[in-house]
Ligand binder design. Sequence first.
Ligand SMILES: [Zn+2]
Length: 455
Amino acid sequence: MPPKKRKAIESNEERDKRLATIRERVARSRNSETAEHREARLQEMRNRAAKTRASETQQQREARLNDLRNRATTSRASETQQQREVRLQQIRDRTRRSRTDEYSDLQCEALFYDPHIDYAHHASINIGKMDLICRNCQAKKFKSEPPGLCCNNGKLKLNQLDPLPQELLKYTTGDTPQSRHFLSNIRKYNSCFQMTSFGATSVINQLGFQSTFTVQGQIYHKAGSLLPLPNQQPKFLQLYFIGNDQVETDQRCANNSGTRREIVSDLQQMFHAHNIYIKTFETSIDHMPTDAYKIIIKADRKPAGEHERRFNAPVVDEVAVVISGNEFEKRDIVLQLRSGSLQRICETHRSYDALQYPILFPYGEDGYHFNLRQVNPTTGIPTSAKVSAMDYYAYRLMIRGTKQNHVINCRQLFHQFIVDMYVKIESERVNVYILSPGYETKNVVYKQVLNKKDS
Ligand SMILES: [Zn+2]
């Protein structure tokens, strides 16, 4: 009898019975198959599926995926709590098994290194080429990187950093002995010029091959006054205003052993010529007749659209204002002419990055701040949604077009920078969490988490 006709006349009961028989037969046959037979059968199924999928059109593919999604949704909606737990446990087991299998042939491989093996081509190591281009921001990516990683699917649009000044660029290429020395000691050179001090509850810096930069607890950037107190040595920002190039270079080299005088001198001239903070402070000091005057750097830039500009570095009148009163806000930086006290810089202040990392941001480019707004991916018009610190720094670390991203070429300084910025991201998350609706309960939970972290 032709199957169609049989199906048409069989009752539901008969149908269930027939399907149960088929299932039993299949189960019996699979129970008796050997491992090789099983592998051959699965491989044949995989080949058949691959062949079918290769020939399907985009429309058919979308219909198939949609059907699969609908089936999964229906099945999950009807499952009990117990079934759900079993399913999730199976997924976890499968993932663990596949990860163990994937790397099993690399177990302790470093201890048995064989120079004849090209490890870069190992299936578990080879992550492919960075040849995927984001259609929104043109960032280059690897195939497993998620689409929103670079620019939150087009919602983020930041200016590219300006090319480095020639004086600094020549030291970052790594193709001369001088530049190789500079790159190997890049944190020392940054320390020579940083305008704020860097501190953490505990810094663990493991040098050597694959050096790592680790901090424990909190990170602090602190700023002192513009000029030292009488009979005190100038430090950090104060070094820029000594007024004598030779003495300034000598003092920087004395503070940082292992640095070369000619490089320090070159970079010193470059910062005096290009860094917007140094240029502004130099002129501002002349307008501060007494110690009662202060320089204020606002924490956030004006909202986008209020001030159009071409370059990332703020223009002189945007950087700072000189005041004699107390018209500033809690997050602003207040620099006094002479004072023995230090001010902790708020990590979400726009100058936080530039004051600590002059080698990464030689012009004094703004870092993350609260007035950055997302844009509509289609129209490019700013929306009311804020840009998160996480999205901001993910955007900054990407490579776009043929331009080099010098920030990620700065070796140990880059390590310090990303650790520092990650702490900023975490601290922003804590603030958003505590200040969001229902914060009373969350606040208690978070304080417990923080206390645990600190203890
Ligand atoms: Zn993108």
